[in-house]
Design a protein around this ligand. Structure first.
Ligand code: NAD
Ligand code: SER
Length: 318
């Protein structure tokens, strides 16, 4: 369980998830107990920040020792679409960052959170209600790195007792930060362009159904699994995690209930093949049964919150 003595390091804190996760962790642990770290400066800075290249192993060790870190959230990664443009770099960052953190966790008895993804599945995986344990033959370098990472997490837990916990996130949608180069990014861009232009051209086709989640639920799940008693975390590779699934066409229809004149058009690009290889919906019953996971948002509630919050944010910066 968490305590006031915990000191948390978030690596990749300036990204889409890190920006929101750091805020929530600081509400729980206090600003000074949560150290943000990234190559890039944070968007909001309300607590300690260390500039870190996680591939600089000695710099990572120095920061962990300096701040007496007891938990690491490792978020630095190259995502699916960007990874296909530079496969060797994606493999290097995604794998070596995890191995450095797992080694350090073994030595220093640190609890680790590392996210996997629906990208760990592939085109031979059952597409609907994808089970926890199934065929996994990913078709992207990002997906290989997530599947291999899952195996390393389970290995370090079984061989060395490392307390590592992981979730296979679906596509994440939030208004506080921009997405970082994934195949599901359209589902964030569409809201910005709906408000700014009243129209959007989707890089995925109208009928492409993917599993998605509102960021607030993803942060709840992340902190939920990290705070769960160790004996309840029975899967040490990575848990399936589901929110809701939709197509670009269905999302556009939902946006139209708030912005009636909103128009969508379609120009699928290389990301279409990636999306086609991923599940359409996910069975997350083991996460629900083992440590009590339960989402709060559906498509309607997420759409309303995105539009209300983005509208206020855009009005403020005008
Ligand atoms: P992001 O691209 O928005 O953020 C990643 C952050 O890592 C960036 O701020 C970047 O500057 C930083 N970074 C990159 N290289 C670094 C390095 N060498 N040292 C330190 N920092 C470095 O990504 P995100 O969407 O926040 O994703 C975080 C994690 O969650 C990743 O592992 C990603 O695979 C996983 N994930 C995300 C989603 C999603 O929809 N966002 C879905 C599934 C899994
Ligand atoms: N949202 C992520 C991506 O599209 C899934 O891991 O890359």
């Amino acid at each position: 369980m968490t305590g006031s003595t915990d000191r948390v390091l978030v690596i990749g804190s300036s990204g889409q998830i890190g920006t929101e996760l750091v805020q929530r962790l600081r509400e729980i642990y206090g600003n000074d107990h949560v150290i943000a770290s990234d190559l890039r400066a944070p968007i909001v800075s309300e607590g300690p920040f260390e500039q870190l290249d996680v591939l600089n192993r000695q710099a990572l060790i120095d920061i962990v020792q300096k701040h007496k870190i007891t938990q690491i959230y490792l978020l630095a990664a190259v995502l699916s679409a960007t990874g296909e443009k530079n496969p060797m770099f994606a493999w290097d960052l995604n794998m070596n960052s995890l191995l450095y953190v797992l080694e350090l966790a073994k030595e220093e008895k640190i609890r680790v959170y590392w996210p996997s993804s629906i990208a760990a599945f592939g085109s031979n995986t059952p597409k609907n209600n994808t089970p926890q344990h199934t065929i996994m033959e990913p078709g992207t370098v990002y997906g290989f790195s997530k599947l291999a990472g899952e195996r390393w997490c389970e290995y370090y837990h079984q061989k060395f007792g490392v307390d590592v916990r992981s979730l296979r996130y679906p596509g994440l949608i939030g208004w506080k930060s921009a997405p970082g180069g994934g195949t599901t990014d359209y589902a964030v861009h569409i809201f910005h362009e709906a408000l700014e232009k009243g129209s959007y051209t989707s890089f995925l086709s109208a009928e492409t159904r993917l599993p998605m989640m509102y960021m607030s639920d993803a942060i709840d799940a992340t902190i939920g699994i990290m705070e769960a008693p160790a004996e309840k975390v029975k899967i040490r590779s990575s848990y399936n995690l589901a929110g809701f699934s939709f197509t670009p066409d269905e999302l556009a229809a939902e946006i139209r209930t708030f912005i009636p004149n909103f128009e969508i058009s379609y120009a699928p690009d290389f990301r279409q093949a990636i999306a086609d290889s991923w599940p359409a919906s996910i069975d997350d019953s083991p996460a629900r049964a083992d440590w009590g996971w339960m989402p709060n948002y559906d498509l309607r509630k997420m759409t309303e919150e995105m539009l209300v919050n983005l509208r206020s944010m855009k009005a403020l910066v005008k």
